[in-house]
Design a binder for this molecule. Structure first.
Ligand SMILES: [Fe+2]
Ligand SMILES: [Fe+2]
Length: 470
């Protein structure tokens, strides 16, 4: 079952050939997708030969096959993790009952909205990143960017498959809309704010893949718990791809820290202006980028107190990430004490699940910071990188619009406005970072603001020509 059929127009492991109507509908959508990819995907690199991995089976041993391909020829397909025999609903009021192979009528519109919202982020990030190839720090990084881009394209396929297969005409219409909205578009923007923020430099890309793809991981993990089994299996496979995206973020930021520390040592000072003059990202600027992308990604978890999240959990549509690690899976009795701008509030746990998810997400975000701070400490510097408080710069939830410092302290609006650009990148910070972004495409060479990676892709040397430009 795990084997993927590559002889068909749309590679898949869902026996697409047995459902002619569905197959035809998806084959009709396919050229629209390719058109979107050529218009909105990585600009000017469509004829480059890229060393990419593709799924050939969904089992743990070897789902990835590496080869050189031009991106428009990438074999985007439909891959679901193998079914778990006799899988039962793992949480909510219907816990212990068999999972659903079809969408129950009463949850149809909610499930469709969950799938569309997830699906919308996938092509959005490709659009956000479409110009980055022009300023790549190395061929290794360029290849990683394109790997992420084609996989986000495949994630779109994953959601479009569910829409086509289980939601009839509404689903097909939603699939078209997923190609019609565009990141940052004034009339038809993407659904979530973070996915309309431009990613115009590689420092932002590393932050985005560190923070925002990690939000993706948490969303996919919670949907992987869903009682709607096709959604669960789809998300389980997507998670294996997502891991690489976060790897790019974590190692990318680690390499920035490493290079900055090298430069500080070379010039014998930690003066940010001198670090900048020497062509590296000063740690203060890096901190601002962390603050910006972390706070933007925290909004993606939604309101701290949410009746939607309560209903989605109680009904078995969306669980907590790693639901099995908790001992209560029904949560009808539990409460959570939450700090709000109006003081402490006791909230039914079911209504506080967005916050529970946000907290465990932040813990996951800490891991990289600890590693980078160890590098900084070993180099003998006192500065430590930190994550902003989950109350900082929020636009959604109980802390939305509140003047809060990155440490989580409420201050006056006036003070906040005066100091905001001490905490997030100002125009001139961004201009400086942009000035570092010079394209480096000689095999084995790397830009001056980032250290080379420790190792190459799939055991190849770092200096391998991962992208052949023509
Ligand atoms: Fe994705
Ligand atoms: Fe991703």
């Amino acid at each position: 079952m795990s084997g993927v059929n590559y002889s068909e127009k749309i590679p898949n492991n869902v026996n697409l050939v047995s459902d002619r109507t569905l197959q035809r509908a998806l084959e009709h959508w396919q050229p629209h997708f390719i058109e979107w990819w050529k218009g909105m995907g990585p600009s000017d690199f469509q004829s480059a030969d890229v060393y990419l991995r593709t799924a050939i089976s969904v089992d743990a041993q070897g789902w990835a096959h590496y080869g050189v391909t031009k991106m428009p020829d990438y074999r985007w397909g439909i891959f679901l993790a193998d079914p778990t025999p006799e899988r039962k609903i793992g949480f909510g009021d219907q816990m212990g009952q068999p999972v659903w192979q079809q969408v129950p009528g009463e949850y149809r519109s909610t499930l469709r909205r969950l799938i569309v919202t997830q699906g919308d982020t996938e092509p959005a990030s490709v659009e956000q990143q479409r110009l980055l190839g022009h300023t790549c720090p190395s061929l290794y990084d360029l290849r990683n960017l394109f790997q992420i881009n084609v996989e986000e394209g495949r994630h779109l396929w994953a959601m479009v498959y569910l829409l086509h297969a289980y939601f009839g005409r509404d689903g097909r219409e939603e699939a078209e809309e997923l190609l019609a909205r565009h990141s940052g578009d004034a009339d038809k923007p993407r659904i979530l704010t973070t996915f309309n923020e431009p990613i115009s430099d590689w420092l932002s890309l590393f932050c985005f893949t560190y923070f925002t793809d990690r939000d993706g991981k948490y969303q996919l993990k919670s949907l992987a718990e869903s009682a709607f089994d096709p959604l669960s299996r789809t998300c389980r496979f997507m998670l294996t791809e997502e891991a690489h995206h976060m790897f790019v973020g974590e190692t990318g930021l680690g390499r920035v820290v490493k290079r900055t520390l090298e430069v500080m040592k070379e010039i014998g000072t930690d003066d940010p202006a001198k670090v900048r003059a020497a062509g590296a990202v000063d740690l203060q600027t890096l901190q601002k980028y962390l603050n910006f992308w972390c706070s933007s990604s925290l909004d993606l978890f939604g309101n701290e107190i949410s009746s939607n999240s309560a209903a989605n959990f109680a009904n078995g549509l969306k669980g907590r990430p790693d639901e099995s690690q908790y001992d209560d899976h029904v949560l009808r009795e539990k409460t959570l004490v939450m700090a709000t701008p109006e003081g402490e509030q006791t909230v039914p746990m079911l209504n506080a699940l967005n916050e529970v998810m946000r907290e465990s997400y932040l813990k996951d975000c800490e891991i990289g910071l600890k590693r980078w701070n160890r590098q900084i400490e070993r180099a003998g510097h006192a500065l430590r990188l930190t994550l902003p408080s989950s109350r900082f710069r929020r636009t959604i939830g109980t802390w939305a619009g509140q003047p809060v410092t990155p440490e989580g302290k409420l201050i006056s609006k006036e003070d906040y406005e005066k100091r905001l650009y001490d905490w997030i990148p100002s125009e001139s910070d961004r201009a400086f970072v942009h000035s570092l972004m010079q394209k480096v495409t000689a095999p084995g060479k790397i830009a001056g603001w980032v250290a080379p990676p420790d190792r190459g892709i799939n055991n190849l040397p770092v200096e391998y020509e991962y992208v052949k430009l023509h």
